[in-house]
Design a protein around this ligand. Structure first.
Ligand code: ZN
Length: 313
């Protein structure tokens, strides 16, 4: 059975683009690996943050829509994204985040791991999870965060659902997830045997209202597939569940299929390649505005309509 292989990226709606850049590059120390526009709304940025090379599974992306209302948390949304850090780094992060005035909750334990929940400047719920899983990420040498403390890719995402069984059955039957335990009302599912980047946690909230997109809210969660044949096989499985996946869309750095899972969360399938180096030099990723070819003729107009961005020092 074709399956997904873990988190590819998570895309979020943010507030002001400069505040977003200052937090993710300046405080969390991620690399801005792609500076482009929303292909469906080219008057707004699409900013991609990741490890040094934009490795799938490290990538958090943002549509800055500062005029949008804040997200309304509720069912049918992903409500948190967690990153892995080395266990010895957690106290270091507590101190750094406090120094930068970041809203941090006390450390807690989830499924045997120590977790530091926090919120970004626009209300997105994040968490840092202490895990000594092998490092699959490439440190960014110009990050303000020392290599040993840098984020090590995504650990998990959390979903709120009206009906647990509908989503759990779909995750198992069509995407290849298996149950991996329950704790405090959260049900964990693993793909490819689980581990950092291969978890999704689901909480059933039958009385909760439906969530709505807005600033600080997760727009979609993308899952890795190796290549187009695997993507099309998983797409067929999704369609066989009565869902409505889009055709494959070429995002240049990967190829995508979108659909809503049975509970309403927007999911994407994304191929591992070709990656962010396909249209700019890896040494200078993120420094220039990259446009898809059909928007190049409108570059001057598009650039004039975007707020200037200053890299944090
Ligand atoms: Zn996406």
């Amino acid at each position: 059975m074709p399956t997904v292989h873990g988190i590819h990226h998570v895309t979020v709606i943010s507030g002001d683009a400069q505040e977003n850049l200052d937090f993710y590059a300046g405080v969390l120390g991620l690399r801005l690996v792609k500076r482009t526009v929303n292909q469906d709304a080219p008057d707004t940025y699409h900013l991609f943050y990741a490890d040094a090379e934009g490795t799938p599974g490290t990538d958090l992306t943002f549509f800055p829509w500062p005029r949008m209302a804040p997200a309304r948390l509720g069912v049918g949304l992903s409500v948190e994204v967690a990153f892995s850090v080395a266990p010895a780094s957690l106290p270091w992060w507590q101190e750094r985040l406090a120094q930068h005035g970041v809203q941090v909750e006390p450390p807690t334990t989830r499924f045997g791991e120590t977790v530091l929940p926090l919120a970004d400047p626009h209300g997105l719920r994040l968490a840092l999870v202490a895990t000594d899983a092998p490092i699959a990420t490439i440190p960014w040498e110009r990050s303000p965060v020392p290599a040993e403390h840098q984020l090590r890719g995504m650990h998990s995402v959390r979903l709120w659902e009206h009906n647990l069984a509908a989503t759990a059955d779909f995750l198992a039957a069509k995407l290849g997830f298996t149950p991996a335990g329950s704790e405090d009302g959260w049900h964990r599912y693993a793909v490819d045997g689980g581990g950092a980047g291969k978890w999704v946690d689901v909480q059933e909230l039958p009385e909760e209202r439906r969530g709505a997109w807005g600033t600080g809210g997760i727009h979609h969660v993308a899952w890795c597939v190796a290549d187009t044949p695997e993507e099309m096989a998983v797409r067929a499985a999704v369609a066989s569940a009565g869902l409505q996946p889009t055709p494959q869309i070429d995002r240049f750095w990967f190829k995508s299929v979108y659909f809503r899972e049975p509970g309403g969360v927007l999911f994407e399938l994304a191929t591992d390649g070709p990656g962010f180096g396909v249209d700019e030099d890896k040494a200078t990723l993120g420094e220039q505005l990259i446009l898809p070819p059909w928007l190049e003729p409108r570059r001057a107009e598009i650039e004039a309509g975007l707020p200037p961005l200053r890299m944090p020092v």
